[in-house]
Design a binder for this molecule. Sequence first.
Ligand code: ZN
Ligand code: ZN
Length: 401
Amino acid sequence: MTSVPTHPPARRLRRLLTAIGQWFDSDYTPDGADRMRAEEDRVDWMRCIPFIILHLGCFAVIWVGASAFAVWAAVFLYVVRMFAVTGIYHRYFSHKTYSTSRLGQFFLALWGATTVQRGALWWAYHHRHHHQHSDEPEDAHSPHVHGFWWSHIGWITSRRNFPTDYSKVKDLAKFPELVWLNRFDTVVPFVFAVGMWCFGWALEVHAPGLGTNGWQMLVWGFFISTTALFHGTSCINSMAHLMGKRRFNTSDDSRNSFILAIICLGEGWHNNHHRYMSSTRNGFYWWEIDPTYYGLKLLSWTGLIWGLKPVPQSIMEEAERADHHASIAAAQKAALVHPEVSSLKKVVPAAAAIAVATASAAQTTVPRKAEGPAIHRDVTELSHDNQGRTAAQGGAVADQG
Ligand SMILES: [Zn+2]
Ligand SMILES: [Zn+2]
């Protein structure tokens, strides 16, 4: 590590050059990554220029116009890349909820990189940190601590959140190909954007009836689709701890939301996920729609992935107790608001007696803080796993050779 200049102009110039260097090499931290992470939160505009360009690029639609093909391509690319965020960056790299081969893992990392949400290791490092410090001051994107906008978009503009802490993702950092993709995290998005332009150009030449072209496909397939994808994903950071219902009394304020589950292909069942993060599915019941899980199930039939982890019976029983408790509480509330429910008790006293007996029999207390370490254990173990555990033990890449 070199010494840091003390004069303000020299320091500013150094920050500027560092930010530009990081556009191309996200591990370029001449002042040391630890020192950067220890800084106060503040927006680094220079570092964010590519991110601002991504948003501004959407306005180019004024010049390139629209065609049905380009719009549907944007929707399709939103869905397949949201799946990459949820099914790959989240449920594989962050939580290792299923297994794959080393080659399969590389393919998943490439797919994930097309989402333009930086490398898999950076993503997993921040996400594991979120689970370990949910809604505490250290949580980089808690709406309760930092407010809505900071947790939605602000936190990724802050210098302290740019570097990847490889010591927290040792299980992933042992693969040089993943580290390379993480370090040069603009390569895949750049190739993807150029690919979109070439695809549009080829369609213009070979299928002019579709009415699209290179620039239009670049704007719809890359800029608009990727910007929507970013904000869709960010809804989980900003709203999944604000909007919806809490089934489990976890030590954070995570919630289950049907709307967020639709936007983010099943990630809206966030309270379920905070209670038990090691299962492949976030929707615990058939009515908790979880398209990411259905997609992963399909992928497992191809042989690309395997070992999808179920929700343990003990967690399902806990869910049933919590739901039962919630319905009894709702019925009692309804009886206060609607006296006719109370008068019903006089008509069918036996039913009322059964309901009361069921309510008292239910074990409704769900552990709170006391269970914190157990809840967080999964990510803590993953973070320090450097021994190449087998799939049966919870590691994800199967033994090679
Ligand atoms: Zn959360
Ligand atoms: Zn998670």
